[in-house]
Design a protein. Structure first.
Length: 363
């Protein structure tokens, strides 16, 4: 085991708030599905998909970025796909392999299946599904936005690379360490080819440290160029300001809605910017900078605003309705526990020739 993996394992939380979901489709990418839902969810909650970085697990990324804490605070469901070391020895999502970055194939398909399962389990508001990720998870975030733009309202990329930047390990390394000379149109076409016929693209928040030596900071500019082209916006930002001591550039559409923002975190190395004053715990690739990327991303997604249905929740309702609402996540967890136990039991029987294969059990 490498020194980096050893350090990450030592930092791994003793317990996790995440619950694994064993059955969520054919799972061609062989990923794990983990979720967290606050006990007191609104009737139509939002869904945030958070993709961890290299050498991380879903639990360590949640601990560092504070996603489940923000889920409690703002009432959304959290979905955290997890990479297997069998797929990638560094636990990186394979954002650079053609078989994993096309719609209905590989890891991208597995994540889409997880989203569908979570949407059904938690009665998710389909107009409020978001995705965010760090490093390899950031690059995979752009894979999801490019290949499934119809699923997402917005996304956020931290220390990532543009979609289509690589189709092999060699190209991935070149993209991480070297500048590219692709035009905005070329970068935009890579996304358009992934989702032909798409006319409405998700909003995007981009974050990168100016001292990142793992993924060259110029990649943030390439991502912005790519998505400006998709949204038909000019290269020059429409607004520039300092937020918590760091520069933020903003572009908005004809309706005045912010559709692209870009933060450059001064002197930050490779990782996600955190603030002890907000959610998150510093650790490997989770860096105290005085600004919380997670908190600002949730704001960009619009999840800090009061949902339209909130006034209805304040009305007096029958006691049974209240109990049904507050116990719903627990009932979902109980059903999942039964499904998982059934699957494991079926595998045991199958291994000794006494039962059907798990795929048969699902039918």
């Amino acid at each position: 085991m490498s020194l980096v993996l050893a350090i990450v394992d030592a930092w791994r939380p003793l317990s996790s708030r995440l619950q694994e979901v064993a059955e969520f489709g054919t799972n061609p990418g062989a990923l794990r599905m983990l979720t967290y839902a606050p006990d007191d969810l609104p009737s139509r909650p939002a869904l945030v998909v958070a993709l961890h970085g290299s050498t991380q697990t879903a639990a360590t990324y949640d601990l560092g970025a504070g996603w489940s804490t923000l889920a409690d605070r703002h009432g959304f469901v959290l979905l955290m796909p997890e990479q297997s070391p069998h797929n990638n020895p560094n636990r990186s999502f394979n954002w650079f392999l053609p078989g994993d970055i096309r719609r209905d194939e590989g890891e991208a398909c597995s994540i889409a299946q997880m989203i569908e399962t979570a949407a059904l389990d938690f009665n998710i508001d389909r107009k409020r599904i978001f995705v965010a990720g760090l490093s390899a998870g950031g690059a995979m975030t752009l894979v999801m936005l490019a290949t499934y733009p119809d699923l997402f309202t917005a996304g956020a990329v931290i220390a990532g690379l543009p979609y289509g930047a690589a189709t092999s390990v060699q190209e991935a390394l070149r993209g991480m360490f070297q500048d590219t000379d692709r035009s905005s149109r070329e970068l935009g076409d890579l996304v358009r080819e992934a989702a032909p016929g798409t006319t409405h693209w998700p909003k995007l928040s981009v974050w990168h440290g100016s001292a990142d030596r793992t993924v060259k900071p110029s990649n943030a500019g390439e991502i912005v160029k790519q998505w400006l082209d998709l949204h038909g916006l000019p290269a020059a930002p429409m607004s520039e300001q300092m937020i918590d001591g760091h520069p933020r550039q903003v572009w908005w559409n004809a309706d005045g809605e912010t559709v692209i923002e870009s933060y450059t975190i001064a002197d930050m190395a490779h990782g996600a910017p955190l603030s002890r004053a907000d959610a998150g715990v510093p650790g490997p690739f989770m860096i105290e900078t005085g600004i919380s990327s997670s908190d600002h991303i949730v704001r960009f997604f619009g999840l800090t605003e009061t949902p339209a249905e909130t006034p209805a929740i304040r009305r007096s309702v029958a006691l049974f309705s209240v109990l049904k609402k507050t116990t719903r996540p627990r009932r979902i967890r109980a059903v999942r526990a039964w499904r998982n136990a059934r699957t494991r039991f079926g595998r045991v029987l199958s291994s000794v020739g006494l039962g059907k294969a798990p795929s048969a059990l699902r039918r």
